[in-house]
Design a protein around this ligand. Structure first.
Ligand code: ZN
Length: 209
């Protein structure tokens, strides 16, 4: 047995259980309304495209998985591959390139690049907390500065398309900021969403935040 033989690296359900225990230590929290307590698990059924980890909220009737609001959001890649990638990138002192991930995980280079980018982004900010968690206010602004080295030269020299696009997010309460030099960079999608604060209409008491 070794670290690599742990079930969450090989079994999709075990991988979801592992991630859920980290993100929801006090039990599932609805990603839509923030309610807890009346959440039921929907049995995965790959034939009917019922995803692993799918939950239904008894308060807002919304469906969600633990991926929402995390670096795993909007990714169809199995959770086992995500955990393998995180392990490789965090266990290696010298870091792991996207090419190495591509070869080791047997995923396309595009997928490997996406994984590496998101995991590095999460490591850089020091936590996995998405912007706006718990109903915090997130301000978004964009500007154009300098010249984008990848832009095609403009015939007229007018407009903004040749300039470097910078997008910044600031969480008002904590002052935490995130910037990217391109609007198309793979920012954690969660950073763009501001979950509503846990509402008073939850039918079950809030056990966790
Ligand atoms: Zn809900």
């Amino acid at each position: 047995m070794s670290v690599l033989s742990r079930p969450y690296f090989h079994n999709e359900q075990a991988a979801f259980d592992f991630v859920e225990a980290i993100i929801w230590p006090k039990g599932p929290v609805c990603s839509h309304c923030g309610c807890t307590g009346r959440i039921s698990a929907i049995k995965p059924n790959p034939e009917k495209r019922v995803r692993y980890g799918l939950k239904k909220c008894g308060d807002c009737k919304g469906q969600f998985t633990v991926r929402m609001g995390t670096i795993f959001e909007e990714s169809k890649l199995p959770m086992t591959k995500w955990l393998q990638a995180i392990f490789l990138m965090t266990a290696s002192k010298k870091g792991v390139s996207a090419h190495q991930l591509h070869r080791t995980l047997e995923v396309t280079y595009k997928t490997a690049w996406f994984l590496a980018h998101r995991i590095r982004e999460a490591m850089r900010s020091g936590d996995l907390d998405p912007f706006g968690r718990g109903g915090a206010t997130v301000e978004v602004d964009e500007t154009f500065i300098g010249r984008d080295p990848d832009a095609t030269p403009s015939k007229t020299g007018k407009g903004f398309h040749h300039k470097m696009k910078v997008v910044s997010l600031i969480e008002r309460e904590s002052g935490r900021a995130w910037s990217s030099t391109s609007a198309t960079a793979t920012a954690p999608r969660s950073a763009w969403t501001t979950p509503r604060a846990p509402p008073a209409r939850c039918k079950a008491p809030l056990g966790s935040g």
